[in-house]
Write a protein of this length. Structure first.
Length: 161
């Protein structure tokens, strides 16, 4: 049951992230990385970004447990080690909680100063059109600060003449 629940949550995440925003199609291209990655389930590229290909990492947590009574937070468990592991990547990283019953997803950042275990996640940022667009902008802004042409590898193929 647990594996089936996780697989279903990953599929729901993919559907939510690839919803069309216009006739041009979706604004994200998620790629499942497989079960061998310790902290990351997906790498997600931004579609139609200029210059570089910005991306972010996601760990998906799926539940059928519903919401907390007081704050209406989605009941998913994320151990502190996983939160810190996600935050250790030098890129934007997020945890997405999927309510398998309603097929809704919620996104929270794994970056920042507050890196503790979670027994539930906020439902303040549902995966909808408005928040997908805000996420796209946040990740694009993060990567636009980097000049990738400054990297000069010692493994360059310079004598190909």
């Amino acid at each position: 049951m647990r594996n089936a629940l996780g697989l279903r949550g990953e599929a729901i995440f993919t559907v939510l992230m690839t919803t069309f925003h216009s006739n041009s199609g979706p604004i994200f291209k998620p790629q499942f990385l497989g079960d061998k990655w310790q902290y990351i389930d997906f790498i997600v590229e931004l579609v139609r970004a200029e210059g570089t290909v910005p991306y972010f990492f996601v760990q998906v947590k799926t539940t059928r447990q519903g919401y907390t009574k007081k704050l209406k937070r989605l009941k998913v468990k994320v151990p502190q080690e996983q939160v810190r592991g996600l935050a250790s990547y030098p890129a934007p990283t997020y945890i997405v909680g999927i309510d398998e019953i309603t097929e809704k997803g919620y996104v929270v950042s794994a970056n920042g100063n507050y890196l503790a275990s979670l027994s539930s996640i906020s439902t303040a940022f549902p995966i909808n059109r408005l928040n997908r667009e805000a996420l796209w902008k946040e990740v694009n802004d993060f990567w636009s600060r980097y000049n990738t042409t400054l990297f000069d590898s010692q493994f360059s193929d310079r004598d190909w003449r």
